[in-house]
Design a protein around this ligand. Structure first.
Ligand code: AMP
Length: 419
């Protein structure tokens, strides 16, 4: 019997796995450059953290969490998203009592028991950034600009930014009530009717044509924003415009998590089919209090690394990975030569040149094949006779030119050739 990765999960293998590392690094680079510090939190937390932090009424909490009791009977959950854990860590370690905003970024896998399809997995990777403890439209705009820069740095040109405001604890309840009034008058199934009472904004997210058709005249949150929320939103829009980041106002953008207030945004890509969101985020002014902390107005985003990769594929940005795996490849014949090559290859590496060698006692032909496959420009060939002469054959695999170099000088010679 052979095992398969669990449904909804997959493996990243070389050479594509090199590209996914590069995508993660590129998404993180702009926030690192803006002074965000790296945070790593556990991949499982107290179930209650997500129940309270993400919201009982969300799909994530009600249907998608990997929850299990540990051996002591505690209920733990594999993290479905990063923000609740970051806020938990900030409160636990009192980071919010120092300089504000606390700026943090993370990179890690998330777990959601979703209906698996292309672009939607049960185990996926996000890079995220959070700025906690400041209510300032420039901070919202900064985070959006930095996410957009990550996409742009990867060469993506078809990422679209959708922007909305969800109001705050003053105007959101008024809007919520108006929306509920409207929705109660529609012809909807029982599940959707139940959702009107628990989380009416989510009904706006419904993609079924028969529901969409009825939502045409639904009240929009933009028309219900209180004056401070409106001014805040206008400032975010103005800053983005000045920064040259294009956006589309999307008054129906609500997003799936309960904790958002004011600014919400999503980055979508046209080449991804139904799972079009490559990233999203917003302001979550009430989350800290929901977790038992003080008021800590905050904003953040998470970008889906796997989906960003798919977006790059859709734009033809990945190409073949022809990049050399190593620069130098050692081929040794005979036990003594092999032992010496083992040390020589390590010396080459210590000099900052990437190197590999043939393992498994292959003959010259097999070993040279390995050299070819490794992508190396140079092979170092060491036979018993070379060893006796304290020399090594340096072969340029692109020209097949071969020269003998004293063992004591080969690292310096290579340095001159590859750097
Ligand atoms: P969310 O945490 O739901 O706001 O998602 C943020 C980003 O993570 C989305 O825009 C997607 O790019 C990515 N994402 C969310 N869920 C999944 C999933 N099941 N599989 C792959 N990527 C996902």
């Amino acid at each position: 019997m052979s095992f398969q990765a669990p449904k909804g999960t997959f493996d990243w293998l070389p050479p594509k796995s090199e590209q996914i590392l590069a995508v993660r690094a590129a998404l993180a680079q702009p926030v690192r450059q803006a002074g965000y510090g790296y945070i790593e939190t556990p991949s499982f937390e107290d179930t209650e953290l997500f129940a309270r932090g993400v919201g009982e009424s969300t799909d994530i909490v009600s249907k998608e969490m990997y929850t299990f009791p540990d051996k002591a009977g505690r209920s733990l959950t594999l993290r479905p998203e990063g923000t609740a854990s970051v806020v938990r860590a900030v409160l636990q370690h009192n980071l919010h009592t120092g300089q504000l905003p606390v700026k943090l970024w993370y990179s890690g896998s998330q777990y959601r028991y979703e209906r698996a399809q292309r672009g939607r997995y049960r185990h996926f990777w996000q890079v995220g950034a959070e700025a906690l403890g400041a209510e300032d439209p420039a901070l919202d705009a900064e985070l959006i600009v930095l996410a957009a820069r990550g996409f742009a740095d990867l060469g993506l040109t078809q990422v679209e930014l959708l922007l909305n405001s969800l109001g705050d604890k003053v105007c959101r309840p008024v809007y919520r009530a108006a929306l509920q009034d409207f929705l109660r008058g529609l012809d909807l199934d029982d599940d959707t009717r139940a959702r009107i009472e628990i989380n009416p904004l989510r009904v706006l997210d419904d993609n079924r044509p028969e529901v969409r058709a009825q939502l045409v005249g639904a009240p929009l949150v933009v028309d219900h924003l209180c004056a401070p929320c409106k001014a805040y939103h206008e400032e975010v829009r103005a800053l983005l415009t000045e920064a040259g980041v294009a956006f589309t106002d999307d008054p129906r953008l609500v997003r799936g998590l309960d904790y958002y207030t004011r600014t919400t945004f999503e980055f979508v890509h046209g080449g991804l089919g139904s799972q079009s969101a490559v990233g999203g985020g917003g302001r979550y002014d009430g989350l800290s209090e929901m977790l038992g902390g003080p008021a800590l107005p905050s904003v953040g985003w998470a970008v889906g690394v796997d989906r960003t990769f798919l977006a790059m594929e859709a734009e033809g940005l990945l190409g073949e990975t022809t990049e050399a795996r190593v620069q130098v490849y050692g081929v040794a014949l005979g036990d003594d030569a092999r032992r010496r090559m083992f040390l020589l290859v390590d010396e080459v590496r210590k000099a900052g040149i990437s190197a590999d060698m043939a393992f498994g006692g292959k003959g010259l032909k097999g070993a040279m094949k390995g050299a070819g496959r490794s992508g190396a420009r140079f092979a170092l060939i060491l036979g018993e006779r070379d060893l006796a002469a304290q020399a090594v054959q340096l072969k340029d695999l692109t020209t097949a030119e071969q020269t003998e170099v004293p063992l004591a000088q080969v690292v310096d010679v290579l340095k001159g050739k590859v750097q």
